[in-house]
Write a protein that binds this ligand. Sequence first.
Ligand code: PMP
Length: 425
Amino acid sequence: DPLPAAGLSVVGADVRIPLVTGEEVDYANFDYAASAPCLTAVRDVLGDALPYYASVHRGAGFHSQVSTAAYERARRTVAAFLGARDNDAVVFVRGTTDALNLLARSIPDQCTVVVFAGEHHASLLPWQHRGSRAGRVVRLPLPESPAEAVEAAREALAAAPEGPRLLCVTAASNVTGEIWPVEELTAVAHAAGARIAVDAAQLVPHRRFSLEATGADYVAFSGHKLYAPFGAGVLAGRTDWLQAATPYLAGGGATGNVTEDDVRWNDLPARHEAGSPNVLGAVAVAAACDALTAAGQDALHAREQALLERLRAGLAAIPAVHDLSLWDAGHPRVGIVSFVVDGLPSDLLAAALSAEYGIGVRDGLFCAHLLTRCLLPEGHAQAVRASLGLGTTEEHVDRLIGAVAELAARGPRWEYAEDDGRIAP
Ligand code: PMP
């Protein structure tokens, strides 16, 4: 296995957890799409940075200088990871939700924003939320094919009133794993004189993404889905709208000069990084970018794709299982499968997978209520999601398939009851 040598083992992979039977097993984590565990390479970089971290930019002391250099180096690493163009901004934020809310407050006044109804709430909702400068939000119905998505975007952008327009799309669905046609959508947006923002939260942990190659105007992602601990994410892209906008967080760092009756805001990126920046968060994100790049994202993709195919084939062989897909089965997808099992509510299935087999999945509507509800078969109120990452092994996949087959055939072995809002044995 080449992953450990490349620092691509995940921290905690060897932790054993108790089952409800009293037996101990290693944890089969299938919840990477929610938050991925930290890579050993990231932990090591963080360990080296810990003794030196200090407030960046204004400190004259040694630690402050080291931290400032590390913070700005992290920005350059992320820029390279995202294929940023020379004059693109890279703003460190808290995560994808924060990034898209920042963008919603930075678009020109009265901008028309076009989204698909199936977006994750982080890319669906900021445009119509308090503080957004969108004049009008157009929500397109779920497209039946990638080609229909491109056509619907083209028509919506053409029908939008004159003035600034922005299309916002998720690059890879957190529910189905399906990859959206970002390059084609970028082309139709640009042909219409509009811009495109890409929510790449679920794409970048699995595939390469390049602002330059796709031509996309903005991209957002979260460090905690990219094998860095919680705390930092990124908004990158064109500077003009972001530079023209008043910061949505007012405070130190965002200000160039403050007088009794006036404030001059800083230039990008400090303009949108008010407060003491999260140096360790940025360093962790950059370390994750470095580790994935050094290992070769294409090689990692091939490894994951084999595991994904194994899982999908195993689940497809269980008659009671239905997987959730918007498009045809062969459409490219990242390592995410959402499914339901006839006769077994998803919260019970998820609880039994955890308690009886040591398998961690997620159940619910996955912060994409409109999409998930639309894809659920009759009689199901929610689904189970299994998502893969660098710590996933063939044994985990086989354990999940075997567990779902057993639970589908004979139901859980234990009694489960609601406990504090969750089903538990
Ligand atoms: N977009 C997508 C596609 C996601 O999957 C998520 C996280 N589930 C987000 C946005 C929001 O990311 P965060 O919670 O890190 O802000």
